[in-house]
Design a protein around this ligand. Structure first.
Ligand SMILES: Cc1ncc(COP(=O)(O)O)c(C=O)c1O
Length: 348
């Protein structure tokens, strides 16, 4: 089934292998050695985040587990605190525990942002506090910069490292009156993704001080992540830094225009009502099964992918889906998105 247009950059048409390879030739010349794009990428990300060191990883899953392992070994503590819906818990089959012997202390409410008060109730020594920016599974909410700084300060004072799950940090920056480096300065380690907002192929970078990055490199090798031919992934990410990163504020403005139109129409509504980043959730008066059937029908008929998957709701008559505006999402007008969403019940 050909996806011609998508409201999620994960399935944008620009990600077809042929299209990616065509554009990548600008980043790989006759003299390019396999290690060059990776080194350039690590240097650029370290520079953008204002960190001394940065290390490429094949996945964010590996990068984050390694960061936590290093923080745990250094502090001699096994527990880290994070939001109940952290990716580490929801999507990684408890790899932090199965592979690294670490424990998660979930902090705060599933449907709200983690607060300083929540952290203070943790009540046990922590190796690290993980803060995800934005908190994807609750619609991409962002703590204020002041809250973030207060949580980071509390963590440090209690002897815990502060780690940023910055899978969407490129997008999150648009919600702050602060640069990427100013945000990253609050954290000991920061992971960023190369294939979400940057629209690359795959991969991740972990940034931090030199000692932490040197230790992370040992764990990366142990886990089989020290792949020498990562250059296509790195080159695609460099392309993303050049071409997509400068557009993040535009993506957020478009996300806000889409959300405003959806809320004004009233058939569906968004959370947050005014998106803090290019990512937000749409809530529908349809069961998850019906929404998925309707979206499949829409895709088959038009080549438009409205969402990757529908999210369940405690009320089985309702469901939600994520919108993450990127290059592909800007091709949809607000009125068109409203019509597509309103048309779903007729496709069930
Ligand atoms: C918030 C968050 N953290 C971490 C990851 C892991 O990234 P990867 O898919 O590169 O393992 C993801 C991936 O979707 C994510 O959304």
């Amino acid at each position: 089934m050909e996806i011609r247009r998508s409201l999620s950059h994960h399935s944008g048409p620009g990600r077809s292998p042929h299209e990616v390879l065509r554009r990548l030739t600008a980043y790989v010349g006759p003299g390019t050695r396999p290690e060059d794009p990776v080194r350039e990428l690590e240097e650029r990300v370290a520079g953008l985040l204002g960190k001394p060191g940065a290390l490429f990883f094949p996945s964010g899953t590996m990068a984050q587990q390694v960061a936590l392992r290093v923080h745990a070994e250094r502090s001699g503590r096994r527990t880290f605190a994070a939001h109940p819906q952290t990716h580490l818990q929801a999507w990684e089959n408890q790899g932090y525990s199965a592979v690294h012997g670490l424990r998660l202390h979930p902090v705060g409410d599933r449907h709200e942002l983690m607060t300083l008060q929540d952290l203070k109730t943790a009540g046990e020594p922590l190796a690290a506090v993980v803060i995800e920016l934005p908190q994807r599974d609750i619609g991409g909410l962002l703590p204020s910069f002041e809250d973030l700084a207060a949580q980071a300060r509390w963590a440090r004072e209690s002897g815990a490292a502060v780690h940023c799950d910055g899978a969407r940090l490129w997008e999150a920056q648009t919600g702050y009156d602060a640069s990427l480096a100013e945000i990253a300065a609050l954290f000991d380690t920061v992971y960023v993704s190369l294939y979400k907002g940057l629209e690359g192929i795959r991969g991740a970078v972990l940034a931090g001080d030199d000692e932490t990055i040197a230790q992370a490199a040992v764990w990366r090798r142990r886990l089989g992540g020290a792949i020498v031919d990562a250059w296509p992934l790195a080159a695609a990410a460099l392309m993303g830094l050049d071409e997509v990163l400068p557009r993040m504020a535009e993506f957020r403005a478009h996300a806000r225009a889409l959300a405003e139109a959806i809320n004004a129409d009233g058939f569906a509504h968004t959370t947050p009502e005014v998106p803090a980043t290019p990512l937000f959730h749409v809530h529908l008066p349809l069961s998850r099964e019906d929404a998925q059937r309707a979206a499949r029908d829409l895709l088959e008929e038009t080549g438009i992918r409205l969402f990757l998957y529908a999210r369940s709701n405690p009320d089985p008559r309702r469901c939600g889906f994520e919108v993450s505006v990127g290059t592909s999402g800007t091709g949809f007008t607000p009125a068109e998105v409203v019509e597509l969403i309103k048309g779903l019940p007729s496709r069930v």
